[in-house]
Design a protein around this ligand. Structure first.
Ligand code: AMP
Length: 380
């Protein structure tokens, strides 16, 4: 039986070996916990900094059992674990967030239905399981639209933007597996997100709403705080709270949203784990998103999600941006983070850089460009 709060030296099991697990394990170590990682990847970013690793597939019952044996509590940095795997883990150890929360975030139709039922608006959408569904969805949602797979999509994979019915039918035949979801294209003024934490006792803390810029469907820049009117930020914060409470979340939650030209806030996606748009909190907050994640999972009190600085976070994606590393580490003011990945494939997140500014001192585009030094041109 696991007793909460977890005492020092207890072990937190993390499913997934990527950078989110790595930074969670580093935060856990500072709080005196050990982490044990489940990953199929030898020499994973999280495995490199953890006390132990179970090397195995997420669906392999023997690997899941071995992993659970090492952990006092289990959490995730990766959502795409099978439902059966989750249930097996939950039968052995406390799982935070719960398998029910993960199920909502794993499938876009369930996710969007849940978000709308919680009273939060999204872009118009319709499920597409058959040809007749597609015809109905095109009539209901309209064009232009985005056809998306409902599972395992990330960084723009498994999506097609369609401007005509012919393109929609072509994408319907190409995108697999079905079902799909058809979403109306939001003509957004900006993309924002909120990262919030919720404890088992309902304790709650939300970091300031941030603004995100993507390049080739991959997050490129995060600006903290978002440069949006106060009431828009308050609406976005309320969305985070509403979704976290509706999920009865214990852990961390990121909600990605669009802000339309009229200032309307529409939710796009939720992720019940640390999020790339929260990496700035490591350097700009006394307690980062990773520490909050570990605190919620371990049953420690949550701290206020306070920010002592403004920040810009720039992702280092693929071999081109990794090649700038020698200059990055030589530039005062750029705070470097590298994830320990051996191979820099195009589109792969290799690390990130944070630049801090005095609170209220976030610069405009030219100032940001200058502040990012060698990364400035790549950024804007
Ligand atoms: P997703 O995989 O749903 O997070 O989408 C990845 C990115 O594609 C988002 O961050 C947006 O930049 C863009 N996108 C996704 N859905 C829409 C939409 N309905 N309207 C406009 N842009 C979208």
């Amino acid at each position: 039986m696991t007793a909460f709060p977890l005492p020092p030296n207890a072990t937190i099991g993390i499913v997934g070996g990527g950078q989110l697990g790595r930074m969670s394990a580093m935060a856990a170590a500072r709080l005196g916990y050990r982490c044990h990682i489940l990953t199929p990847e030898p020499d994973s970013p999280a495995g490199q900094v953890a006390a132990g690793v179970t090397l195995g597939e997420y669906e392999d019952p023997a690997a899941l059992r071995d992993f659970a044996l090492h952990a006092d509590v289990v959490t995730f940095e990766f959502e795409n674990v099978s439902a059966e795997g989750l249930d097996l883990l939950a039968s052995l150890k406390p799982v935070r967030p719960s398998p029910a929360v993960l199920r909502v975030s794993q499938e876009r139709i369930i996710e969007k239905t849940f978000i709308n039922r919680a009273g939060v608006p999204t872009a118009p959408w319709a499920p597409v399981e058959s040809e007749s569904d597609l015809a109905a969805a095109l009539a209901g949602v309209g064009l232009p639209a985005i056809l998306k797979t409902t599972r395992l999509g990330y960084d723009g994979r498994g999506q097609a933007r369609v401007a005509t019915e012919a393109e929609a039918w072509e994408a319907y035949r190409r995108l697999l597996p079905h079902p799909l979801i058809l979403e109306g294209v939001v003509d957004f003024a900006c993309e924002i997100s909120v990262v919030c934490a919720r404890g088992a006792d309902g304790d709650y803390a939300a970091f300031d709403v941030v603004e995100n810029r993507h390049r080739d469907h991959i997050l490129d820049l995060t600006f903290a705080p978002a440069r949006i009117p106060e009431e828009t930020a308050a609406t976005a914060e309320a969305v985070g709270r509403r979704v976290a409470e509706a999920l009865d979340l214990v852990g961390l939650l990121a909600v990605e949203m669009f802000v339309t030209a009229e200032g309307k806030v529409l939710a796009n996606e939720i992720a019940p784990r640390p999020h790339n748009s929260g990496h700035w909190t490591i350097d700009a907050c006394p307690a980062s998103q990773f520490e909050m994640h570990i605190r919620a999972v371990a049953g420690l009190p949550l701290l206020p999600a306070a920010r002592h600085s403004d920040a810009v976070m720039k992702n280092l994606v693929g071999p081109e941006e990794l090649a700038l590393w020698p200059e990055i580490v030589a530039t005062p003011g750029l705070i470097p983070h590298l994830y320990g990945k051996a191979e820099a494939r195009p589109g792969r997140k290799m690390g990130h850089v944070t630049r801090l500014f005095p609170k209220g001192g976030l610069p405009g585009p030219f100032g940001t460009q200058a502040a990012l030094g060698v990364l400035g041109d790549a950024a804007l």
